[in-house]
Design a protein around this ligand. Structure first.
Ligand code: FAD
Ligand code: DLZ
Ligand code: SF4
Length: 514
């Protein structure tokens, strides 16, 4: 047959994906497959698997309704060989096809595998750019070349210029500043209830997937039900539109705020849909800009949100491809600890961690500041090994793919890359969490106490962290203040800090899960 096999991976659910360009509906075959290899290379959260399989099945049905010839291999298909490579071989043999097009994968390990396909399977493989991203991998490398430091802020300004986002007709930043973060640190004193998140009743197709996941992945982390994610582009667009009309106006003000029982806050909850392709970053950015131009949302909200998508998201991907595969092995602070067992259960007296882990378990979601300043901060201060932490984050969030998870974990929270991404470790004591949340009010520990059995563990772990890493961190001007404070402390105080930290860390149960 003269046709081409078009392979679509689970995070490539976009009708304008480059692998479909030039498709001939009469001759070509689209292959999508649910494979054990992908579902278990880490033991993903049950909701993450259910979400992706359901979104894949709905996308395949849309392609078929558009008249394409779709070969969709379900997980429980008895013929399923459970790996991309062998499924590709099987499909090509079945349809007598020798030419394949595929879009560049999100993850390095898949790309490595892909580079073996042409020779091993004797196929002609066309690997195309992933044009959904706004900065090409080679473009980021060119930007990074010869720069001493790769700070996101400068990259972001170039992206604003490149896409003409939030600029005046003269090409200056709207409102005179590039970044309005200083206005985005409000404590959550809410004047009105936070709008309820979008929630979708599972249809027959999703119910079938839920049954499959319940049966095959019962030993994976997380609550499968209730299941309420969007699984089609139309539903994802609804989530985006509701965010723009109901939440975006408050996004900036309360971006860093955390409230008990409010896992979704004023965030957009679109990372799941962006990362698997149901939404495109440019449409998201343009809708936010349009809301600002129409006077519906303030500038600090629109800019703050656009910075996340046009700045952070693209920058993180650039860093990943720039430094892989070495990035994955970095452990600058030589952390050795295993992840505490309570990260799988939420069973801890530290209320902030309990809240964030419980919500993660329920929703396969936590918002950025929970991931960064509660969970990540703790794992940094406790000295947990980057492999352990990366695996945890990759498992528990439904938006987690290595290209976005790894730089956030090894770069942003753990400083394992020695400062390629962040200029300093994001370490904080209990006072920060108390300022940005209501968690401390419900905690058995006392946020104002610095050492001893009742003191908030973040307080002594913070200082113990700086003491442990003096050699590597004290020359960093961005943490100079912490060392000056430390140097003014008396020997007795330092001793108490170290003792409290030692006792606490030794008490952590690290029995592996599951
Ligand atoms: P919002 O707060 O509404 O932000 C809007 C969008 O901006 C997000 O949907 C996302 O696409 C983008 N964005 C914001 N911050 C980042 C960032 N730091 N890196 C990349 N994109 C960003 N995001 C993932 O998509 N997948 C991950 O696996 C992931 N792991 C993370 C691990 C850690 C330790 C940290 C600190 C952050 C991680 N993030 C990850 C980034 C961020 O926390 C999530 O994108 C965000 O919480 C998703 O929720 P939202 O859609 O409501 O985001
Ligand atoms: C995350 C995931 C899971 C759980 N399962 C599949 C799958 O069965 N089939 C598939 O095509 N993709 C899956 N994915 C997403 C892939 O892991 C993702 O496409 C690659 O990591 C991209 O490099
Ligand atoms: Fe977390 Fe400390 Fe506050 Fe407890 S007191 S909620 S451990 S920051």
């Amino acid at each position: 047959m003269a046709g081409v096999l078009r392979l679509i991976l689970g995070d490539q659910l976009s009708h304008d994906i480059s692998s479909l360009e030039g498709i001939n509906p009469n001759e070509d075959v689209i292959l999508m497959c649910e494979v054990w290899d992908e579902a278990t290379y880490v033991k993903h959260h049950k909701k993450k698997i259910a979400f992706l399989f359901s979104a894949m099945r709905h996308f395949a049905a849309e392609l078929a309704a558009r008249g394409y010839n779709v070969r969709y291999i379900k997980l429980d298909d008895p013929q399923n060989t459970h790996a991309f490579k062998t499924e590709l071989a099987r499909a090509c043999a079945h349809h007598h096809i020798s030419r394949v097009t595929v879009t560049y994968p999100g993850e390095y390990r898949v790309w490595q595998d892909m580079t073996t396909w042409a020779q091993d399977l004797n196929l002609n493989i066309d690997i195309r750019d992933d044009t959904r991203f706004l900065c090409r991998i080679d473009e980021f490398a060119a930007w990074a070349k010869d720069r001493k430091s790769l700070r996101m802020e400068f990259f972001y300004r170039e992206m604003r210029r490149k896409y003409n986002i939030l600029l005046t007709p003269q090409g200056d930043p709207e409102g005179g500043e590039w970044n309005y973060d200083s206005e985005n640190r409000k404590f959550p004193a809410l004047k009105e209830p936070i709008p309820a998140p979008d929630s979708f009743v599972p249809d027959m197709m999703t119910r079938e997937v839920l049954d499959l996941v319940a049966q095959k992945f019962s030993d994976h982390f997380g609550d499968l039900e209730p299941f309420y994610f969007a699984v089609t582009r139309d539903q994802a667009l609804q989530v985006l539109d509701h965010f723009i009309t109901r939440r975006l106006k408050n996004f900036g003000d309360f971006q860093d705020a955390m409230l008990t029982g409010e896992p979704w806050m004023y965030h957009s909850h679109i990372s799941f849909y962006l990362n698997c392709g149901l939404l495109s970053p440019l449409e998201v950015i343009q809708k936010a800009e349009q809301a600002y131009r129409q006077g519906a949302v303030p500038l600090n909200a629109a800019e703050g949100f656009i910075r996340q998508v046009l700045g952070w998201r693209e920058y993180i991907r650039g860093i990943y491809w720039l430094y892989m595969p070495e990035y994955k092995t970095e452990n600058y602070l030589e952390a050795t600890r295993k992840i505490p067992s309570f990260f799988w259960t939420g069973d801890t007296k530290m209320n902030c961690l309990k809240q964030c882990i419980t919500e993660t378990k329920q929703n396969a979601y936590a918002h950025h500041i929970q991931r960064l300043m509660v969970l990540g901060n703790f794992l940094l201060l406790a000295g947990v090994h980057p492999d352990e932490v990366n695996e945890w984050y990759l498992i528990v969030y439904a938006d987690a793919y290595e290209w976005v998870e790894l730089p956030n974990v090894s770069g942003m929270i753990l400083f394992a890359d020695g400062g390629k991404l962040a200029s300093k470790p994001y370490a904080a004591g209990g006072a920060y969490i108390n300022k940005m949340s209501d968690y401390c009010r419900g905690c058995q520990y006392h946020v104002d106490e610095k050492t001893g059995a009742k003191a908030c563990p973040f307080n002594y772990l913070y200082w113990d962290f700086f003491i442990r890493h003096r050699e590597k961190l004290s020359n960093n001007p961005r943490v100079g203040m912490s060392y000056r404070t430390l140097d003014k402390m008396g020997a007795e105080k330092v001793h108490d800090i170290r003792e409290s930290a030692r006792t606490f860390l030794e008490s952590l149960n690290v029995d592996a899960w599951p």
